[in-house]
Write a protein that binds this ligand. Structure first.
Ligand SMILES: CC(C)(COP(=O)(O)OP(=O)(O)OC[C@H]1O[C@@H](n2cnc3c(N)ncnc32)[C@H](O)[C@@H]1OP(=O)(O)O)[C@@H](O)C(=O)NCCC(=O)NCCS
Length: 154
C-alpha cells in the first residue's frame, strides 16, 4: 500500500455496521443498491462471510460472500470501496480475505459487462470469465460471471 495513504484494517462486520453499510451501498452501487432486508441479511444470516475494511474506525470497504448457494462454490455477493479510498489496495485485500474466509475450492461472482475497473481487479487476482448472464441487471445490462479455481495454480 502507498505509505502516503492512511492504513486500513480488515475486520469482521456485524449488524452494528448496518448504517455504515447502507451508506457505502448507496454510494458504491447507484443502480444496484440492495434493499434494506438484503443488507440486514448479509450482516446477520448464517453461511455468509462479511468483512469490512476500516480507516481510522470508519468503514471504507465491505465484502459479502455466500458459501451455501452452490456446493463447493463461494459467491462474492457484494464488494465496494468508498470513492475516496479507492486505488489503495483495499478491494484486493478484501477479496483475498473473503476468499480465505469462504474456504471454498471455487469462488464466483457476477459483474456488469461495463465495469472494467472491477473486472481488472478480478483478473489480477486470477479470475477468468466463465459465463454470461444475459440482461441480468435491472437496466438490462449483461452480467459476466467470473470464476477463480483455488485448486489450480493458474
Ligand atoms: C471495483 C472497486 C471495488 C475497486 O476497489 P479499490 O479498493 O479501488 O481496488 P484496489 O485498489 O484493490 O485495486 C486493485 C487493482 O484492481 C484494478 N483496478 C481497480 N480500480 C481500477 C480502476 N478504476 N481502473 C483500472 N483498474 C482498476 C487495478 O489492477 C488495481 O491495481 P493497481 O491499483 O495496482 O493498478 C471499487 O472501484 C468500487 O467499489 N467500485 C464500485 C462498486 C463496484 O463496482 N463493485 C464491484 C461490483 S462487481
Amino acid at each position: 500500500m502507498n505509505s502516503a495513504n492512511p492504513s486500513f484494517q480488515i475486520a469482521p462486520a456485524s449488524l452494528s455496521d448496518l448504517n455504515a453499510l447502507r451508506e457505502l451501498d448507496r454510494i458504491c452501487f447507484e443502480q444496484d443498491q440492495w434493499p434494506l432486508i438484503e443488507l440486514i441479511a448479509v450482516l446477520a444470516l448464517p453461511g455468509i462471510i462479511r468483512l469490512k475494511a476500516e480507516v481510522e474506525g470508519k468503514m471504507a470497504g465491505f465484502i459479502g460472500g455466500d458459501t451455501h448457494r452452490t456446493e463447493g462454490v463461494g459467491w462474492v455477493t457484494t464488494i465496494g470501496v468508498l470513492p475516496e479510498y479507492r486505488r489503495q489496495g483495499i478491494a484486493r485485500a478484501l477479496m483475498l480475505a473473503g476468499d480465505e474466509a469462504m474456504g471454498q475450492p471455487v469462488i464466483r461472482l457476477s459483474v456488469r459487462r461495463s465495469n472494467y475497473s472491477a473486472q481488472r481487479l478480478y483478473s489480477s487476482l486470477g479470475y477468468h470469465y466463465a459465463e454470461v448472464w444475459h440482461r441480468y441487471y435491472v437496466d438490462g445490462e449483461d452480467g459476466l460471471v467470473m470464476e477463480k479455481n483455488n485448486l489450480k495454480n493458474d
